[in-house]
Structures are given as structure tokens and as C-alpha cells.
Design a protein around this ligand. Structure first.
Ligand code: SF4
Length: 333
């Protein structure tokens, strides 16, 4: 697949250094077509490649249990930067940096940012190297550019699906954000976490557009879910079984809070949170999702019952206000 750096030499070097004999390759959905090519790279070293066919949406989901059950002595996890600290199976992260030029897309964004002077710049891990290129274009156009560094992410300006600390850290200092990268997912997260006007510069389509209407639509959907959940008397509290999504303590707190408010709450554990897996419990009126918060936000239309984030549940039971939740972020604790 053109346009991404798969660091093939580093993979070969790490396999040799560790003397790995069986290597589990884990790719997010968009990069899975590259699995065959990467398996051949592993084969050349003399190790046995196994490609994980399970879905993988984030660095929270390193296939540690799967590697152990397959007897793999190395995991190569593609497309995300390191998030989890674990020592059970050696793991290397290949961030799959995009090699695409972003200049044209950033130039397309300038008219959409004409009202603003102070711009916050953000991107996903694939484009962290080109943030400076974006900064230069904006600065030449007379903008003041700020790139946030909360110390929580691998790189300044980087956001992930559920960590927007780098943009939240500078939200009070900027008038709008420019997100460099493809797709709506991360840019929506920027808009929802900061409540600031957000523009995407998409280098894959060489175009720029505002994400604000889409973000507003999600905010309205979330409010509707909260309203619907106010009549719920039995909650299903979902515990994610993926390593970086398992928050048992949070789930227990939710269960206690629900009971304190006179409601019943039951713990449900799931690896994949889909309508098929969680809607099989007719006694549950609404769910509280302590696993991947983006499921509540981005897939809300797929569920026939409310699937609340933790912060939204606090609004439902009156422990927090909607205004505070919007300020804090719909999905970040
Ligand atoms: S919890 Fe969800 S949004 Fe966060 S890294 Fe995992 S898959 Fe991405």
C-alpha cells in the first residue's frame, strides 16, 4: 500500500534482535490489505507470521491474550502509537506514518479559517511529522499557531480516538482548530472535546471543510439519549474486555451510583460492543459504556436503547450538569 511507512527494516531488525519465531501481526481495518505483504517480510526472517483477522480500532486493543494463546513471541501492532504498558509479550508499534503531502489541503483550509487568528493545530499519529509544514503555511497567512502538548501523548499535537488532552490543553488560547488528516473521526473528537470551530484539511482528497454541523448533530443525539435514559430503572454497565478498555473500578462506581439513586444496575462484560452483543438483555432499559467511549458517540444510531458514556450517565442521575459535561468533554473522564 502506497503512502504509508511500514518500517520494514525495523521489523526485520526487531525480529532478529529478539530471536522471535512466531510473530502476530495486528493491523487496523484500513491497513489490513497490507497484511500479506507484511507477512512475507516476516517469513523472510525465518519466523512464522500470523495475521490477526479480528477488528482492531486502537492501541487500547493490543492482542496480548491472542498472542499468548497462539504461542507468539512478538506482536507487531500497526497504525497506532504505544498506549499500554505491559510486559507479557514483546510488542513493537509501527505507527504507519503517512508519506502524503499536506500543503494543498492546508491551503484549502485558509478561507474557512479567515475569521480566526489564533489557530490550534492537531493531527493523528500518521501525520505528526507534517504538523510543522501546516504550521508554516498558517503562519505565512498571518495566523498565530499553537500546538498543544499535555505530556500524555507520544507527540505534541497528536490526538487519538479518546485522548484529546493536547487540544484541550490549548482550547482557551485559540479561536479555532485545524485538524490535518483524513476522515471525520479524529476531527469530530477535537470539536466535541473543545466546543471550538474545527476545520479538517484532508490531504487524501486535497480538500478542507468544517466539521461543526456534524459535531452539533452528535451533541443533539447525545442529549436525546440522556433524555431517554432518564426514565430508565435498570442499567447495564458495560465492562470492555480489551486490555486498554477494561475499567472495572469505574464500572463498580457506576453500579453503586445507580443503586444509590434507587435504580438497579448489572455488570455486562463484552469484547466487541455491538447491538448483537449487548441488546440481548430485555431487562436493561439503558446502558452505561465504560469501554470505548466512541461507540456511544459514533455508533449511537445503531443501538435501539441509550448507550451512555460515563459523563452522560452522571447527567442522567443529576450528579453533573449538561453544561459541565460539554465543557469537560462528552466522553473523557
Ligand atoms: S478506547 Fe476506543 S477511541 Fe480509545 S484508543 Fe481504544 S478504540 Fe480508540
Amino acid at each position: 500500500m502506497k503512502g504509508f511507512d511500514f518500517e520494514e527494516e525495523r521489523i526485520e531488525g526487531e525480529i532478529a534482535k529478539l530471536g522471535a519465531k512466531r510473530v502476530l501481526l495486528q493491523l487496523p481495518e484500513g491497513l489490513k490489505p497490507e497484511g500479506l505483504h507484511l507477512a512475507k517480510i516476516v517469513e523472510k526472517t525465518g519466523a512464522l507470521p500470523i495475521i490477526s483477522a479480528d477488528p482492531c480500532y486502537g492501541a487500547c486493543d493490543v492482542a496480548i491474550n491472542e498472542a499468548e494463546s497462539l504461542g507468539a513471541d512478538l506482536i507487531v501492532h500497526f497504525g497506532h502509537s504505544k498506549l499500554l504498558k505491559h510486559e507479557r509479550v514483546p510488542t513493537i508499534y509501527v505507527e504507519a506514518r503517512a508519506t502524503i503531502q499536506v500543503g494543498k489541503a492546508v491551503e484549502q483550509a485558509l478561507p474557512l479559517l479567515s475569521k480566526y487568528v489564533k489557530i490550534g493545530l492537531a493531527t493523528s499519529v500518521q501525520h505528526v511529522e507534517v504538523l510543522n509544514q501546516g504550521r508554516e503555511i498558517l503562519t505565512s497567512a498571518g495566523k498565530t499557531v499553537i500546538i498543544g502538548d499535555s505530556g500524555q501523548m507520544s507527540y505534541p499535537g497528536q490526538v487519538s480516538g479518546c485522548n484529546y488532552s493536547n487540544v484541550k490543553a490549548i482550547a482557551d488560547e485559540v479561536e479555532a482548530f485545524l485538524f490535518i488528516g483524513g476522515g471525520l473521526f479524529h476531527a469530530l473528537g477535537v470539536a466535541l472535546s473543545t466546543s471550538k470551530p474545527t476545520v479538517i484539511a484532508d490531504p487524501y482528497d486535497n480538500r478542507a471543510f468544517s466539521i461543526d454541523d456534524e459535531a452539533q448533530k452528535i451533541v443533539k443525539q447525545r442529549w436525546a439519549c440522556i433524555e431517554e435514559a432518564r426514565t430508565a430503572r435498570t442499567f447495564g454497565v458495560i465492562i470492555g474486555l480489551k486490555h486498554g478498555q477494561k475499567r472495572i473500578d469505574e464500572a463498580l462506581k457506576i453500579k453503586d451510583l445507580a443503586q444509590k439513586h434507587g435504580d438497579a444496575a448489572y455488570l455486562l462484560a463484552a469484547k466487541e460492543i455491538t447491538p448483537e452483543t449487548i441488546l440481548e438483555f430485555p431487562f436493561v432499559d439503558a446502558y452505561v459504556n465504560t469501554a470505548c467511549p466512541r461507540i456511544s458517540l459514533d455508533a449511537s444510531g445503531k443501538f435501539s436503547k441509550p448507550v451512555l458514556t460515563i459523563n452522560e450517565f452522571l447527567v442522567v442521575i443529576g450528579e453533573s450538569s449538561w453544561e459541565n459535561t460539554l465543557k469537560k468533554g462528552l466522553f473523557e473522564s
